[in-house]
Ligand binder design. Structure first.
Ligand code: GLN
Length: 547
């Protein structure tokens, strides 16, 4: 049965709780254990699918089609364990399940309360798959003291009591601010945060303190004394130049040892950190640089394209180059010339997105890349825009566009080269969707297979003709334009196994121009870069030698 590690946060948000959890998962793996990571989010949305990327960052999609928090992306990138629907839950989901049960009469007329009904639902969630791994790491979103978070804190407290002694530990992440004027590290916010935690019945076993530098002995002892933890369980989380150094840095600080000690596991198995030594070496010792433009819509918040930025970094590591990303707002040249904004980059990436704003700019970016023979990777909407560009400017379909932007009834502006799909096949099942469906969860979501054209660039890049990638979209490139587009030179080199849905397009007379309907970035890892990103950065590196 799994041992549980609950990870909570205090003082302020954005301290890197997700990263600390992911790095700890990687360290436990390095010692030979199997792990699974989970995120429990206190917000009331049923899932993050309907939240704005501006507010919440990217929506991470799992193989089994869940739209989840971007922390699950960190978990996968650090542990390589594919996340599942059952690895992420929100208050909204918990409450909606409880209310459904209440309506069905499952509670036999009882009064429904936070304790025990809501907390039981959370505990049932925590127990899923408990026999499958050695360690289950569960991160609670937000900070201790948040009103929405209370049922989760109560549930994990109860859970640790339900389990045999020594089966659950609590790790709390806080901030140690440095006050310049007095030249001191301040422990008081951490003390208050732990006090808050203890007032709801949770005593942390391990304190992870985010600080700019080392924690001097005096402060460490003070924290240990006032927060009731052992001095060697006060772990410094120092600012790092790269997140990929986190497993090594936490190991140096003794985090994994402290965790095993807290469980009373002795002797602890020796860690093999060679994977992370190699990752750190590649990230800190590049032999060159490439400049890549990401032409998107949510460019003010980098978290909106988190996995893409990470996958590019992985591609850089594979090619031993540093990837400098420049975020370019597509709207800026919606109505003007793209050249001044895109000149000089070694590659251009157009990521996924929703809605019409900025799409004319993205179409121009695809045109610029095609005409100037600059490597181009179009992801989801970025592929759709490349297809529209090809249709308009090469295949003679001047009014080509996407049904996504044609909302006004009776006023059809575009030839629907990209159209709204209402029925498709997943595995051996047909999935249907009607126009009036809810906004949340009505997309083609999760892993789907594709068959690649033998001899095509993508088949070479992947080294196979059968792939499986994750999707998240409503619209599809219409296969009826295939012949016309292929004659123009844009080949459909990846299709759904039934041949109905275009998955990949590429310009054949171009050094590197690929559009994919799926999200390859979601499967890239620092120690196993995604083949498309690896080869895209290789192409950018080649381009950098030319200019
Ligand atoms: N808006 C497009 C669609 O729904 C693309 C989605 C995306 O890029 N993820 O098909």
């Amino acid at each position: 049965m799994a041992r549980y590690i609950f990870i909570t946060g205090g003082v302020v948000s954005s301290l890197g709780k997700g990263l600390a959890s992911a790095a700890l998962g990687a360290l436990l793996q390095a010692r030979g254990y199997s792990v699974r990571l989970r995120k429990l989010d206190p917000y009331l949305n049923v899932d993050p699918g309907t939240m704005s990327p501006f507010e919440h960052g990217e929506v991470f999609v799992t193989d089994d089609g869940a739209e989840t928090d971007l922390d699950l992306g960190h978990y996968e990138r650090f542990t390589g364990v594919a996340a599942r629907t059952t690895d992420s839950v929100s208050s909204g989901r918990i409450y909606s399940t409880v209310l459904e049960k209440e309506r069905r009469g499952d509670y036999l007329g009882k009064t429904i309360q936070v304790i025990p009904h809501v907390t039981n639902e959370i505990k049932d969630f925590l127990r899923i798959g408990e026999d499958e791994v050695d360690f289950m790491l569960c991160e609670i979103g937000g900070t201790v003291g948040d009103i929405e978070g209370l049922p989760f804190f109560e549930a994990i407290r109860q859970f640790s009591q339900d389990k045999p002694r020594g089966q659950c530990i609590f790790m709390h992440l806080t901030l140690l601010p440095y006050v310049k004027a007095s030249g001191e590290l301040k422990t008081k916010p951490t003390q208050h945060s732990v006090k808050e935690l203890r007032s709801i019945g949770i005593a942390p076993d391990i304190l992870v303190c985010r600080s700019e530098g080392d924690i001097p002995e005096k402060e460490r002892e003070k924290l240990a004394l006032f927060c009731n933890v052992r001095p060697d369980s006060v772990i410094a989380a120092k600012d790092l130049k790269s997140i990929y150094e986190a497993p090594l840095a936490y190991h140096r600080e003794g985090l994994d040892q402290a965790v095993l000690d807290a469980f009373g596991i002795a002797p602890a198995p020796k860690p093999d950190l060679s994977r992370w030594d190699d990752v750190a070496d590649r990230i800190y010792n590049p032999e060159g640089e490439v400049n890549i433009a990401i032409v998107g819509k949510y460019t003010q918040l980098e978290d909106a394209y988190k996995s893409i930025a990470e996958a590019l970094t992985h591609g850089g590591m594979a090619n031993r180059v540093k990837v400098n990303i420049k975020w370019v707002d597509a709207e800026v040249f919606d109505e003007s010339d793209a050249t001044t904004h895109l000149q000089g980059f070694h590659a251009i990436l157009v990521p996924g997105g929703f809605g019409e704003r900025g799409t004319e700019g993205k179409i121009k970016a695809a045109q610029f890349a095609r005409e100037h023979k600059v490597p181009y990777l179009g992801i989801c909407l970025g592929m759709q825009m490349a297809v529209i560009e090809a249709a308009r400017n090469v295949a003679g379909l001047e009014t080509a566009g996407s049904e996504e932007f044609d909302h006004e009834a009776g006023k059809k502006r575009f030839e629907p080269v990209v159209y709204h799909l209402k029925e498709w096949v997943q595995g051996n099942q047909t999935v249907e969707r009607s126009v009036g469906d809810d906004k949340g969860g009505t997309m083609r979501l999760g892993a789907y297979s594709a068959t690649l054209e033998p001899g095509s660039r993508v088949a070479q890049v992947y080294g196979t003709c059968d792939i499986e990638e994750r999707h998240r979209h409503r619209y599809e490139v219409a296969v009826k334009y295939r012949e016309q587009l292929e004659q123009a030179g844009l080949k459909f080199t990846g299709m759904s196994p039934d041949g109905r849905l275009p998955e990949i397009v590429e310009w054949v007379d171009h050094p590197w121009f690929i559009g994919v309907q799926f999200h390859p970035e979601l499967k890239s890892k620092p120690f196993d870069p995604h083949p498309l990103f690896k080869d895209f950065v290789r192409a950018a590196k080649e381009e950098s030698r030319l200019v």
